[in-house]
Design a protein around this ligand. Structure first.
Ligand code: ADP
Length: 380
């Protein structure tokens, strides 16, 4: 049988942020060269690859020209020019996730319709074209109003609890989704390779910052029953199969008070909810993504030990050259691994790095996560 592993394949990644950077760290173990396209010359990937190109991810010609010298193209951000990827795919380049999947996921309206069409459990919703249309659906409240396109990290998502608040609705195509009074938010990362093999990582539990809507910390494996965990993992597998997608897919879900698992949204790439897999699982999400897109056997995903992951965000009130306070103290805690992303400038709530903590005791994990959050700060 022909060897599937080929170290000479030229892999291009659209986006040069921390996800690309950690993918490169993983690719080094496979002797793979990773080419990066990113508009920002100071992107986290620039200092870790010899193949960095500066350019827009949204410009057709830029993406198309850059893609000419690649064998395989992948993404670390969804906001890319899909038409250029379609053209490259037609010319015989491998593009994973496939451009059609990226296009679907770029638009929350299409995403929600996809779930409905395929009987994937998700909160009820109505599409709205503008602010005025929201007024016609006051009986649908309380709801969450989401922009169809270009919302990320909580921007483009707002709760409309009562008719009195309907006036703040987005005045662009979006949707109203029933407000889910959830017990927990969870995420399952699933991988699928071209041979059709799929594998899920254990369920993780996300804890969000109450104001800024960014993941504050997460715990893995999630503190839920095996029945619920199985339900969530099965749903993730159904979604990636129905999408017919190759690569890594992060499926964010809610568990409601009735014990139902509902899909919130998906990301067709490595994800913030999988960073802890670098230290805590047999295979990291970054290596798994490479294995999936290169059509290699998928790695075992079992957790070695329970883990927590804390995002290291720029401290409120500080703009400028990043300085790290509390590193010595945090590094002295057993089981703590610090990842800094190489961003020179900090600003409030910018993702500057993350910290993974592994510990056999879930209680100690939570304590250490809290201690890390209180101790380590990014200021300017
Ligand atoms: P983004 O793409 O910006 O991450 P999400 O759709 O994931 O947006 O929403 C961000 C957060 O808002 C979610 O993680 C969740 O905490 C909350 N949220 C989203 N949809 C709902 C909903 N239907 N009911 C309750 N909370 C929601």
């Amino acid at each position: 049988m022909q060897e599937r592993f080929n170290q000479n394949i030229q892999v291009g990644v659209l986006g040069g942020g921390q996800l690309g950077r950690m993918l490169i760290q993983s690719a080094i173990n496979f002797n793979l060269d990773i080419h990066i396209l990113d508009p920002d010359p100071e992107a986290p990937c620039n200092e870790v690859t010899n193949y960095f190109s500066q350019g827009s991810l949204l410009d057709y010609d830029t993406v198309y020209q850059w893609g000419q010298s690649m064998d395989l193209i992948t993404i670390e951000i969804e906001n890319v020019n899909v038409d250029a990827l379609k053209a490259l795919q037609q010319e015989g380049k491998k593009v994973y996730p496939q451009p059609e999947v990226i296009a679907l996921i770029q638009d929350k309206r299409l995403q929600k319709q996809f779930y409905s069409e395929h009987n994937i459990p998700t909160a009820a919703f109505v599409l709205v074209e503008n602010k005025e249309e929201v007024q016609k659906h006051l009986d649908f409240l309380p709801a969450v109003n989401k922009l169809g396109r270009e919302g990320y990290d909580g921007r483009g998502v707002q709760k409309i609890g009562s008719p009195a608040e309907a006036d703040k609705a987005f005045d662009k195509p979006g949707l109203l989704e029933k407000f889910v009074d959830f017990e927990k938010e969870i995420s399952v990362i699933v991988a699928r390779n071209a041979s059709g093999e799929t594998r899920t990582f254990p369920v993780v539990e996300l804890v969000f910052h109450p104001v800024h809507n960014l993941v504050e910390y997460l715990f893995a494996p999630a503190d839920i029953s095996p029945v619920l965990a199985k339900k969530a993992e099965d749903i993730a597998v159904v979604v990636i199969k129905k999408l017919d997608m190759i690569g890594l897919l992060a499926v964010e879900m809610f568990i409601n008070k009735e014990g139902e698992v509902l899909v919130n949204e998906v990301a067709p790439r490595t994800h913030n909810s999988g960073h802890q897999t670098i230290e805590a699982n047999w295979t990291s999400q970054f290596e798994q993504h490479l294995r999936a897109i290169l059509d290699l056997p998928l790695g075992a995903t079992d957790a070695k030990l329970p883990s927590a992951m804390v995002n290291l965000l720029g401290e409120a009130g500080y703009h400028g050259e990043a300085k790290y306070v509390g590193m010595d103290e945090v590094l002295a805690i057993p089981g703590v691994a610090v990842h800094l992303y190489g961003k020179k400038l900090t600003k409030p709530f910018r993702k500057m790095g993350h910290i993974t903590i592994i510990d056999s005791s879930p209680e100690r994990l939570k304590e250490k996560a809290r201690l890390v959050k209180e101790t380590l700060k990014v200021i300017a």
